[in-house]
Every structure is written in C-alpha cells, then in structure tokens.
Design a protein around this ligand. Structure first.
Ligand code: TPP
Length: 173
C-alpha cells in the first residue's frame, strides 16, 4: 500500500489562492505573531495570570484553515490556541482581557490563556482532552443531518494520548 502523503501548502506562493485571500491569511498570521510577542512582554512584567503558551511559528495553521470554514463550523484547539482563536473569532480585546484575568475577557477572565470558548471555538489545555469533545459534536451534527464540521488542532506530542484514538475510531464511522 502506498504511504499517504499530504502536499505541502505555501499560502504565500500558492497560485490557486487569489491575492485578496492571501493578504487576509498573512494579516491574520501577523496579528497573531504581534499579539503574542506583546503577551510575552506582559508576561515577563508579571501582568498576566497563569501560563502563556504561544503559537509563534505556527500562525499559518489557523490563518489558513479559517479561510475554508463555513458559518456554523467549529474549531477545537489546544494549549497553543491564541492564533486559532484570533483567526476564528477576530476578538483581540476579548482574548487579551481574558489572559489578563479581566471580567471583560471572552470567558470573564476564568478561562485564561488555554481555556477559551466563543461562537463555536473551544480550547483545552489537557493534551488530547478536546478531541473526543470535537468528535461528539461532529457525531451529533451528523445524526441531526447538519452539514457542519469540527476542526481539531493537536501537536505531535499529543499522539500518545489514548483518548484521541478512541475519538478517531468514532470519527472514521
Ligand atoms: C494530559 C496532559 N499531560 C501532560 C500535559 C503537560 N503538557 C503540556 S504541553 C505538553 C507537550 C505537548 O506537545 P505537543 O502536543 O506536540 O505540542 P507543543 O507544545 O510541542 O506545540 C505537555 C506534556 C498536559 N497539558 N496534559
């Protein structure tokens, strides 16, 4: 059997994307990079609550995927969720306020950097913990005949979590 290959995507050079889409993708990626650089400064000044895991170097994953989602689709993210959140919701103020523990934050300051929830966006700092949740929502939507998808972002270090394989088995049905 041939190994499964995934063609590399270069969102800047890919000629199948029109320039407006490319510019939007780059703007989202830059917003994520600049915001997280500022977060790291604030963290070193002791102005943030809890931990701050950045997605520096991974900004394009959320910036590109969100170009291909439709209204009602959901994203499930991990401990490096800021870029995914920003690309999906565009809520800069809500994110910063949340990480600063303010009531005006997207989860009233209770979720912090890793546990965000807004308009179909969900993140969880427990490695792999959100994958069965994403699968459950996808299954419910399938049963209800809704044409909506769940997108999950995980890192390779999460491939040792058993729960994700149980979720993959359900998702493959
Ligand atoms: C169940 C569980 N075990 C351990 C941790 C601690 N932890 C946080 S991030 C991380 C590594 C994650 O690796 P990967 O998914 O590849 O993401 P990366 O941080 O490398 O981008 C670990 C072990 C956790 N959050 N959850």
């Amino acid at each position: 059997m041939e190994p499964h290959t995934i063609a590399p995507i270069n969102p800047v050079e890919d000629t199948s994307l029109d320039s407006e889409v490319k510019q939007r993708i780059i703007r989202k990626a830059l917003l994520s990079r600049k915001l997280e650089e500022r977060l790291l400064e604030l963290y070193s000044q002791g102005k943030l609550f809890g931990t701050v895991h950045t997605c520096i170097g991974q900004e394009f994953s959320g910036a590109v995927i969100t170009e291909f989602l439709q209204s009602g689709d959901s994203i499930f993210s991990n401990h490096r969720c800021h870029g995914h959140f920003l690309s999906f919701t565009k809520d800069v103020q809500g994110l910063i306020a949340e990480i600063m523990g303010k009531e005006s934050g997207v989860c009233a300051g209770r979720g912090g950097s890793q546990h965000l929830c807004k308009d179909g966006f969900y993140s969880n700092g427990i490695q792999g913990g959100i994958v069965p949740v994403a699968t459950g929502l996808a299954l419910a939507r399938k049963i209800n005949g809704e044409q909506k998808i769940s997108v999950v972002f995980i890192g390779d270090g999460t491939l040792g979590e058993g729960a994700i394989y149980e979720a993959f088995n359900i998702a493959s049905k």
